[in-house]
Design a protein around this ligand. Sequence first.
Ligand code: GAL
Length: 633
Amino acid sequence: MKRTLGTCYYPEHWPEEIWEADARRMAESGLTWVRVGEFAWSRLEPSSGDLQFDWLDRAIEVLGRAGLKVVLGTPTATPPRWVLDKHPDMLALDNEGRPRGFGSRRHYCFSHEGYREESDRIVHLFAERYGKNPYVAAWQTDNEYGCHDTTLSYSDAARTAFRTWLKNRYGSVEALNRSWGNVFWSMEYASFDEIDLPNLTVTEPNPSHMLAFRRFSSDQVASFNKRQVEIIRAHSKAPIGHNFMGRITEFDHFKVGDDLDIATWDSYPLGFLEDRVGAETTHQRFYARQGDPDFQAFHHDLYRAVGKGRWWVMEQQPGPVNWAPYNPAPLPGMMRLWAWEAFAHGAEAVCYFRWRQAPFAQEQMHAGMLRPDNADAPALHAARQVASELRDAPEVRVRQAPVALIFDYDADFAWATQPHGAGLTYFQLVFDAYRALRKLGLSIDIVRAQTRDFSGYSIVAAPGLIYMPQDLKRALSETEAHVVLGPRTAARNADMVIPVPLPPDMPNLDVTVSCVESIRPDMPMPLKDGGSFVGYREELEGSAEIVVELEDGQPAAMRAGNLTYVGGWCDETTWTRLFRDLCDQAGIETTQLSGGVRCRDAGGVRIWTNYGTQAADTPAGRIEAAGVLFQAL
Ligand code: GAL
């Protein structure tokens, strides 16, 4: 497959006289794609019904005639002021009941029917006008659902829609009371109309209530997106995507992805390192100009699954950004490395955000491929280099990896509802396991929790799946792969209630979690032969073989057949030990990688990347700092 590059362009920010020169320069630099439109609503419809699409027609024409393919974004992340005046209650409310007002973006509640109709209307206008435009080769719905904490809204519209959602799920309020255990603290309801959103309670709300609200909120995002997709699809054959984010877990990206043709994501390695990775200060300092060596790869693998194989980087960090606590410039070479790393994981395209740095408004401190004075910025050089390398690069094709790692948004909702200890998040648990696997030199497929066929995998890691339906339990205990479970596997039923028999209650595995505890992070529990549990630990009973013990002799991990249950939050040494042992049993070769060196197999080639600041030796030869190395397999 041909790998391509692109950029994000805002013709409405620049005089029309320079569009043509911009388009020519993009094409000459080796770019294929240009995304436009996603924030342009106030220039397309300055007041209700006053349609002014001519300029966008001309912009698309200019870009297309220069040989570029246009990705057209629907502008629903930035409704103009008049839309809000028309629907004053369309804003999301935060959990303290305060409106999230006009003056930036994403100022809408997913449940507001009036806003949904505005969204339908503007998307219709886009789809009808550009659905057959030969230059529009792909679509993007909205922009970064959930960004700026916008999934959960405590508005009246959300409450009304939540009640309907509950009625559909539980049928009767008696069933809901029973499922949630509302007899506790006399929380029983006599009708669905009495149920409020789970905010502004005196102390914590019922976790069943909170989990239901999170699931509902996730479904609202999916149905908002689906309406846009259906409208576009009725008019266009071009593929439809959405640009997801890093570590946004408040809605089920797989469900949104089910309605899309391509998943795309916005990769800001340096911003994420400061803001989202959750790493210690020394790690942040060491990787400040390179980014975390596993965070991008994790999302590449995640979005390959969300896109059912088809995915892009829609926004690649082009230099310093404006939004993290600190915003350094990348080391020379990193922007090239990030692109190659994405291709190694199967990206079809990598698009740099944005073409020219804007001298005005919120992102004036955010680099672009050009400086505000039009001079080349480092990202343009990086893109030119990658474009020329792509011309004679080896074929990159992603095949099934030996390891599958299950990632489940619903499990994240449950952990967020009931973390049990400060700082315990599902994302971190899964990401820690991912990092350990990757540092063993392994390629990983992230798969969704609805997967039932694990054939072809040697190892399946499924940490932290709090709720596990019976058929997944069966599939995992019947697969030929080695399966790693725990902590908290099947610890709750679908309604966030402790099941009896006690968890994990897996077929073919006699292990019972008899007690759980969360522990201070500065009280690690050491394991015999190295490593420790940190932050969380379970007491295990049963006749399965004890494969790892705590220093005091208590079981820490137990195994029967292909199933290994881990009763605690593993540090890196422990994950590594467990995974290496299973790889040895499965006959999979591992290479312990250190520092910032990582690799990914892509068909006939292994692509090495070095996030470190020093050259390093790999089995394939020496790799420069911030370098990329291709090894034929
Ligand atoms: C993304 C967003 C872009 C731009 C960029 C800045 O989250 O989609 O519109 O704001 O961040 O880094």
